[in-house]
Design a binder for this molecule. Structure first.
Ligand code: DOR
Ligand code: ZN
Length: 430
């Protein structure tokens, strides 16, 4: 396939009109300027960026398909300009054994319209972590707060991941230091930042040296800095940089999330870290729940904010306001996430690069609307928010999967990208 557009992707420094010849999902040839034989020609007002990667989404599926499933969640991703998602294991059944991981991957193979990787949960059965790690099916493991107090199971996962050079993603909140019962606007008091720091200290004390540890949804500047000082990678969410405790007070359950929204001054410092180079990626923690669930009482309703479909619009709006530039945007949404996952040559424009791209129109404006989404989760704390900058086309390994409101691919185009993530030959047994 021959793709022509105005690109801004590594190694380019300036937007440049290019024609790419793409074969087997990779760039086979590059020439400057237009070509009469292009199969897809993207207009000059659009800018083609390296494919956006969201390293933290909950596609749900299996018995939680009423909240979201592998088709609705990846349609939402494609419509949000996201070319690759990393899916979380807190499903029903949990993805903590090779059997349920097999079921999940088969649902993704049949339904996903974008590329994906899956993280496994921490197994409670001895030997299972090693079976999962050696299967080659997953990109890594996800450690939840409750896993931190199961020392034997936790250590097994950390060593199994270390031996295969897999990623360990940490939800950093110590379970003994958080409680429920705080009023809307004050949940940050029930889940203090000290709980975030303590969880990171705990895992650091048992992690083997050289483990690829990634701290996800860091909600406070202190946690970002603590993670970086220990040599780990870290992501922040759009909601922790755009919303704060006042939004939780206003929207109640729709803005209830773990870790919680923080006071405004924390949010402002977090934004500064975003552009100072301390943050490796932005990740949405797209956490869909039904309208009925989110209309329940604040104490009982499930935490989680959907975001994968709004992600690009929200961040491009920060670009339009001058909070960050396009270079920061590309780093935080594509090259940084690819580095965290260990995927090389993603979305660049040289022979051999993986030909996944996100085309954006930086001048298009609109308002965020939860009901006009592919996701099943219709309630959003961003409802009505003005945005400037919109994803207009999503290209996954050379195939146009989405263009201006329309999905143009059959379910099942997405591939498991775990095999692209670097193993560097693994490590010898400890
Ligand atoms: O708010 C959250 N929702 N935080 C999590 O850690 C889990 C997520 C979910 O799965 O809904
Ligand atoms: Zn999550």
């Amino acid at each position: 396939m021959i793709l022509e557009g105005r690109f801004l992707a590594p190694p380019l420094e300036e937007p440049t009109r290019l024609t790419l010849c793409i074969r087997d999902g990779r760039v086979a040839g590059v020439s400057r300027g237009s070509s009469p034989s292009a199969d897809v020609r993207l207009p000059d007002e659009w800018l083609v960026l390296p494919g956006i990667i969201d390293i933290h989404v909950h596609l749900r599926g299996l018995r939680l398909s009423y909240k979201e499933d592998e088709l609705s969640g990846t349609l939402a991703a494609a419509a949000g300009g996201v070319t690759l998602v990393a899916d979380m294991p807190n499903t029903q059944p949990r993805l903590d054994n090779t059997e349920s991981i097999g079921l999940k991957l088969s649902a993704l193979r049949r339904n996903s319209v974008v590329d994906y990787v899956v993280y496994a949960g921490v197994p409670r059965t001895p030997g299972e972590a090693e079976r999962i790690a050696s299967s080659g099916l997953v990109a890594g493991f996800k450690v939840y707060p409750e896993d931190l107090v199961e020392q034997g199971a936790l250590e097994e996962v950390l060593y199994a991941a270390w031996r295969r050079n897999l990623l360990v993603v940490l939800h950093s909140e110590h379970p003994d230091m958080v409680k429920e019962g705080c009023k809307p606007g004050r949940r940050w008091e029930c889940r203090p930042t000290t709980a975030e720091i303590e969880a990171l200290r705990l895992i650091s004390s048992v992690a083997p040296r050289g483990l690829r540890l990634h701290v996800t949804h860091a909600s406070t500047p202190n946690l970002v800095l603590e993670a970086k000082s220990r040599g780990f990678t870290v992501d922040v969410t759009p909601h922790h940089i755009l919303l704060d405790s006042r939004d939780e007070e206003k929207h109640g359950c729709i803005a209830k999330v773990n870790p919680p929204l923080r006071p405004p001054e924390q949010r402002e410092r977090l934004i500064q870290l975003l552009i100072s180079g301390d943050v490796d990626a932005v990740a949405t923690d797209h956490a869909p729940h039904t309208v009925e669930e989110k209309m329940g009482s604040f104490d009982e309703c499930p935490p989680g904010i959907p975001g994968v479909e709004h992600y690009t619009r929200l961040l491009l709006t920060l670009v339009s306001k001058g909070v960050m530039d396009l270079r920061d945007f590309i780093k935080l949404t594509s090259t940084g996430p690819a580095r965290v996952l260990g995927i090389h040559g993603y979305g660049c424009v040289e022979p051999g690069c993986i030909a996944s791209y996100t085309a954006v129109d930086l001048r298009r404006e609109g308002r965020i609307s939860g009901y006009e989404t592919f996701s099943k989760a219709k309630l959003t704390p961003y409802e009505g928010m003005l945005y400037r900058g919109e994803p207009v086309a999503t290209i996954v390994r050379g195939r146009l999967v989405y263009r201006e409101g329309c999905v143009c691919i059959k379910p099942g185009w997405g591939l498991n990208a775990a095999r692209l993530a670097s193993r560097r030959g693994g490590r010898p047994p400890a």
